[in-house]
Structure formats: structure tokens, C-alpha cells
Design a protein around this ligand. Structure first.
Ligand SMILES: CC[C@@H](C(=O)O)C(=O)SCCNC(=O)CCNC(=O)[C@H](O)C(C)(C)COP(=O)(O)OP(=O)(O)OC[C@H]1O[C@@H](n2cnc3c(N)ncnc32)[C@H](O)[C@@H]1OP(=O)(O)O
Ligand SMILES: [Co+2]
Length: 135
């Protein structure tokens, strides 16, 4: 079952500059930076009460973030929803006709298993599912 919005992903050209801007905008500092090599991104996280913002900078020209910014410019990139059981949710959404971008969940940032739905199957919006990794 889909629960709350887990985070909002924002594509940026320069993480350091964007961190400064969003720190001023929100009047808080980012709480962590994480390099996710498998996604070709460096992330920086802000938390405003229940709302989590994920800034995404490309680590190279082949990164999906570099490609996205080249086409659409910086800005809103994806909306991530928390789920209890990502495998179950992926199976349900696949049966409903949505296009999943991986057959199995992959390791994301901030201790999560993640999976993406193709924006062509979701009215043009990239959606991420996240399940917390319990140790
Ligand atoms: C840090 C880890 C993780 C977390 O834990 O939170 C993350 O958030 S990582 C975030 C970065 N990773 C991803 O986005 C992975 C999933 N995305 C992809 O696999 C690709 O970006 C894509 C969606 C399959 C698109 O890739 P591709 O087909 O190679 O690129 P195109 O430029 O040709 O795009 C095709 C089509 O889709 C449109 N598009 C692309 N990205 C988005 C987007 N974020 N939102 C809306 N639409 C998007 C793109 O504009 C193209 O449309 P047309 O131009 O109309 O053909
Ligand atoms: Co994300």
C-alpha cells in the first residue's frame, strides 16, 4: 500500500550552490549527503517537519540527471512514495499496466529500497517507490 510522500526529488546543476540556496529558502541546513554510484547521482537531503527534499546532482554526463537537465532544465524531477512492501506494490502496479523501470527493487539513498515507474505510464511524472531497509 502507498503511504505518505517520502521525498521530493529536485535536479540541480551544482549541489553546493543549490544547498546554499535551499538552506536560505528553508532556513535549515541539509542533514546528509550521499553518493549513489548506481544512479550516477550525489544527493543532499533537507527535512522540513514531515517533508523531505532530495537534491540531485549528476556525477557524469551519462547520469539520468544530466540527461534530464539537458532536456528540461533544473527543477522538479520525481515524487517518491513510501510503501510497506515494495515487492508487493511493484507486482500490483505491473498488473495494473504501469511500466516499472527495474524488475526488482534497487538500493537507493537514505537506507531505502527503491523502484521507479516510467513517466510515460504516469501522466508524465516520474514516481519512485521507497521501502525502508530494516536491519
Ligand atoms: C538517489 C537514489 C534515488 C533515491 O533513493 O531517492 C533517486 O532518487 S535517483 C534519481 C535518479 N534516478 C532515476 O531517475 C532513475 C529512473 N529514471 C530513469 O530510468 C530515466 O530517467 C527514464 C525516466 C527512463 C528516462 O530515461 P531515458 O529514456 O534514457 O531518457 P529520455 O531523456 O529519452 O526520456 C524519455 C522520456 O521521459 C521523459 N522524462 C525523463 N525523465 C523524466 C522525469 N524525471 N520526469 C518526467 N519526464 C521525464 C523525457 O522528457 C522523455 O520524454 P519525451 O521527450 O516526451 O520523449
Ligand atoms: Co529519490
Amino acid at each position: 500500500m502507498m503511504k505518505n510522500v517520502e521525498h521530493i526529488g529536485i535536479a540541480v546543476n551544482e549541489l553546493e550552490k543549490a544547498e546554499e540556496l535551499f538552506s536560505t529558502l528553508f532556513n535549515i541546513m541539509p542533514y546528509k549527503r550521499e553518493n549513489i554510484a548506481s544512479q550516477g547521482v550525489i544527493t543532499s537531503f533537507f527535512r522540513i517537519n514531515q517533508t523531505k527534499i532530495e537534491l540531485l546532482e549528476a556525477t557524469g554526463p551519462d547520469s539520468v540527471i544530466a540527461k534530464f537537465i539537458e532536456k528540461k532544465g533544473e527543477g522538479f524531477h520525481h515524487l517518491a512514495f513510501e510503501v510497506d512492501d515494495i515487492q508487493l506494490e511493484m507486482e500490483r502496479l505491473k498488473k495494473e499496466g504501469f511500466t516499472l523501470l527495474s524488475e526488482a527493487p534497487v538500493i537507493g539513498a537514505d537506507n531505502k529500497l527503491v523502484c521507479f515507474l516510467h513517466p510515460k505510464s504516469t501522466n508524465g511524472m516520474l514516481i519512485e517507490l521507497c521501502q525502508e531497509i530494516k536491519s
